[in-house]
Design a protein around this ligand. Structure first.
Ligand SMILES: [Zn+2]
Length: 346
């Protein structure tokens, strides 16, 4: 893995390359930003640059045994600690600290990544505060997290913070088209809803998200065809059907209620854009623009705003762990009342 093969993130890459070149590394780094924007790859590029015998200008050669091992995750001095279940437990941190009592053997530097560091239990986090402050020489610790606020302040203050940005939609779409051979319009849809995370876009491809999206839009339309009394039963079926669909790895839960609400919000946002005379280019679900245009004529702006507010409230309630069935019943009854006779996705 080389820094120059990673999409965007110019600042983090330049900063770290420069530190390697000058051999002035922080003991511990805190990489923040959404998952799937290159934090893990930058950590690998750093490990390669520090250990590659042919490194030039703070960049590994990308071809030697060391570089290849780092890339494939087989390099003995590069390891990643991730949550087991939902948390990173104290035993995992103890194991990590035990390794620190030996000097790196396979190469000059050991790089240890704690992925989703916000998942550390307080006990686990406290157990390595001292090591964070004064790690043994030739060890670099990298903590990955979404936001610094998700971590204990005592952890954050001991790390050099490096912020990673969401990737531009255009880059993600190009990647999906070129590397995965996706159709342009489909690549653009995924890129737009991935919120700047290539990792999330790839997980969506893997989970067949586009087929899921077609079904969810059909289901949204179906709510308008039935009498209100049947809406409750349909909601129950919908919510029950979602449970088994939380596919994907721990980092990217695809196919759950949050994704469904996001999709429906994007649908009504698109209708709002068209209703206000906005350009087709601005639509998220551009591949449905024909249907969207037809449907948008039946809505007034006020109803669309109210529906978006309902969906927004539902998202917040789901995050607060309210009963999903009750939240969805209330939301869909509201949407159907506001959009009766309109809003059919086709
Ligand atoms: Zn190399």
């Amino acid at each position: 893995m080389r820094f120059d093969r990673i999409l965007n993130q110019d600042l983090p890459k330049a900063l770290l390359r420069n530190s390697v070149k000058r051999q002035r590394l922080a003991h511990a780094y805190l990489f923040t930003g959404p998952p799937g924007v290159g934090k893990g790859m930058v950590a690998k590029a750093l490990a390669a640059a520090l250990n590659c015998p042919g490194a030039v200008e703070g960049e590994g050669c990308g071809r030697c045994a060391t570089c290849r091992q780092v890339e494939e995750g087989r390099y003995p001095e590069f390891s990643v600690v991730s949550p087991t279940g939902t948390t990173i437990k104290i035993d995992q941190i103890r194991e990590l600290l035990e390794r620190f009592s030996f000097a790196p053997a396979a190469g000059p530097w050991r790089v240890t990544v704690i992925d989703m560091a916000e998942a550390m239990t307080e006990e686990a986090a406290n157990s390595f505060l001292k090591t964070l402050e004064e790690p043994p020489s030739h060890n670099v610790l990298i903590l990955n997290a979404k936001e610094p606020e998700d971590l204990l302040p005592t952890i954050v203050s001991r790390c050099q913070k490096i912020r990673f940005s969401p990737l531009p939609t255009r880059l993600i779409a190009e990647y999906l088209e070129e590397k995965l051979g996706m159709r342009k319009d489909e690549a653009q849809v995924l890129a737009r809803i991935s919120e700047g995370s290539l990792g999330r876009a790839l997980a969506m491809v893997e989970c067949g998200y586009l087929e899921l999206r077609d079904r969810w839009l059909r289901e949204l339309g179906a709510f308008f065809d039935r009498p209100l009394v049947e809406v409750m039963d349909m909601v129950a079926d919908l919510v029950a059907g979602l449970k088994g669909q939380n596919a994907g790895t721990g980092k990217y839960q695809i196919g759950g209620l949050t994704d469904l609400l996001d999709l429906w919000s994007s649908w009504y946002r698109d209708l709002l854009i068209l209703g206000q005379g906005g350009e087709e280019q601005l639509l998220i679900n551009k591949d449905f623009s024909h249907t969207l245009k037809k449907v948008s004529k039946r809505y007034n702006i006020k109803n669309l705003v109210q529906i978006l507010e309902l969906l927004d409230r539902a998202q917040r309630d789901i995050k607060r762990r309210y009963n999903p069935l009750l939240v969805m019943e209330r939301t869909l009854l509201g949407i159907v009342r506001l959009g009766r006779g309109a809003g059919r996705p086709g």
